[in-house]
Design a protein around this ligand. Sequence first.
Ligand SMILES: *[C@@H]1O[C@H](CO)[C@@H](O)[C@H](O)[C@H]1NC(C)=O
Ligand SMILES: *[C@@H]1O[C@H](CO)[C@@H](O)[C@H](O)[C@H]1NC(C)=O
Ligand SMILES: *[C@@H]1O[C@H](CO)[C@@H](O)[C@H](O)[C@H]1NC(C)=O
Ligand SMILES: *[C@@H]1O[C@H](CO)[C@@H](O)[C@H](O)[C@H]1NC(C)=O
Length: 371
Amino acid sequence: MKAELGYCSLLLLLLTVDVWGQQSRPRPRPKPPTTRRPPKKEPEPKEPTDFPPVIIGPPSSFPDCPRECLCPPSFPNALYCENRNLRKVPVIPPRTHYLYLQNNYIDSVTADPFNNATELKWVNLGNNRIRSIEKQVFQKLPNLLHLYMQRNLLKEVPSNLPAGLEQLRLSRNQISKIAPGAFNKMKDLALLDLHHNRISDSNLAKNIFKDLKNLVQLNLAHNILRKMPANIPNSISQLFLDKNNIEEIPQNYFKDFTNLAFVRLNYNQLTDKGLPKMVFNISTLLDLHLAHNNLTSVPLFNSHLEHLHLNNNNIESINGTEICPFTLSEDVNDPDHVPRLRYLRLDGNHLTPPIPLDVIMCFRHLHSIVI
Ligand SMILES: *[C@@H]1O[C@H](CO)[C@@H](O)[C@H](O)[C@H]1NC(C)=O
Ligand SMILES: *[C@@H]1O[C@H](CO)[C@@H](O)[C@H](O)[C@H]1NC(C)=O
Ligand SMILES: *[C@@H]1O[C@H](CO)[C@@H](O)[C@H](O)[C@H]1NC(C)=O
Ligand SMILES: *[C@@H]1O[C@H](CO)[C@@H](O)[C@H](O)[C@H]1NC(C)=O
């Protein structure tokens, strides 16, 4: 039965992406011209003296095009400076809306190059070596919607971020500090990605996420949390907390969420004791990941749940009568009384086939079960 797995995770991935796609508002996006990456990956230089030389771009018809960048005539609002071994940000022409600076060796971001770039909507600074950002940089960028700074060396969330930001990616840094109020004014922020940092419970002020009234996805996976983060806005649809040290979920934690569809808690320290009986009875939830924890029984869940990952726990038995969201005596021909669970992973536990009959009887939409 494992053969189906690859396909299903693919499906799941597509589903996640699709849901995300539906949530974000359509916006114009320039098609990037095909820029060539360096053909072979050299070993990453450690010292500045090892950095390869800056790659100069082709001559441009725009007099304000920085020499190390590409200014395609067909996309006057885009500035392509990625993969060019840059050490610093070039002077950004005022016409720029989309700025690509990923995969360089930039270690600090200063305000000067951005002085006249007030039209910027989209900045990608991913995969550089940024440790510091001058406070004034973002004050001059009132129109910024997307800021990507994943894979850098930041130790804290940048301050003075523009209030209108919709996407903020800060994954794979070394962040352990988030100033209280860092996200206070960001009521349009839909995506906040902080995965793979060093965030602990004490780094999250009690109300740190509270004002993010339009947050759709929060990713705090791969940090060092021991508790579920408090006061998550109830707009949230996707909550990712894999790879932390979370032991329990407070009673009623999910009670006020009205859009929650995806919850991932793989690789934590959850036990049966840490899960209040009805904590996952969330009618909007479609996809629940609890793999690689320390559960000994299957938690109860709502009849609307479609995907459940419980692999690599300590589960010894599964009783379909107990976990069935409906009593089996209810009218089995009423389609409203058929749980929607389609995919169930139980491998890596202490279960052996066959699948108990009461599981099959209850979950009649189940088309894939890995045991
Ligand atoms: C920025 O704008 C100011 C005022 O319009 C102008 O004097 C200056 O030359 C501009 N700087 C750059 C780098 O374009
Ligand atoms: C689970 O939640 C539904 C609402 O979604 C509610 O009707 C039902 O009573 C709850 N089940 C239990 C056992 O609390
Ligand atoms: C899981 O729980 C059992 C007791 O319920 C304990 O002996 C074991 O060490 C736990 N395993 C992990 C990985 O925490
Ligand atoms: C499953 O649970 C029900 C209700 O608690 C119980 O009556 C039944 O004996 C259990 N089935 C097995 C196989 O343990």
